[in-house]
Design a protein around this ligand. Structure first.
Ligand code: 5GP
Ligand code: ZN
Length: 115
């Protein structure tokens, strides 16, 4: 846990969020500023700044973020309609919270193209 990281605080329950899922490795909660009817964030419990610092030993953890996303999508009833998973990285990627996270966004038709 890093003292200044809001997602570390949410994982440890030092800050409040609507938690949708939590296990030993991963926590999922609703985004505070949803951009679509479903907008959740899936994060590793361990503080990892971004994709830029991932190591091969993190691969099972990153895979778990996606399987939790799949479970959340099912729970939200958006599996059939489809959804978008996004991981912003660094300033140009639009990352604002420097604790790795996967956005699960759905419940409406996504805009395209991206970028
Ligand atoms: P990023 O821009 O880093 O990809 O995404 C950060 C996301 O975290 C944004 O969608 C933002 O709304 C969300 N967020 C920032 N602070 C908080 C917070 O304190 N609680 C929750 N639930 N979401 C937050
Ligand atoms: Zn953190």
């Amino acid at each position: 846990m890093t003292d200044s990281c809001i997602f570390c605080k949410i994982v440890s329950k030092a800050a409040r969020a609507t938690i949708l899922y939590q296990d030993e490795q991963v926590t999922a909660f609703r985004d505070a500023h949803p951009v679509a009817p479903t907008h959740s964030l899936i994060v590793p419990n361990r503080h990892i700044e971004s994709v830029n610092v991932l190591e091969p030993e993190d691969e099972p953890l990153i895979g778990q973020l996606f399987t939790v996303a799949r479970k959340l999508a099912e729970a939200e009833g958006i599996t059939k309609g489809g959804y978008r998973l996004i991981t912003n990285t660094g300033a140009n990627g639009g990352q604002t919270v420097f604790h790795l996270h996967l956005h699960l966004i759905g419940g409406q038709r996504m805009k395209y193209p991206m970028g």
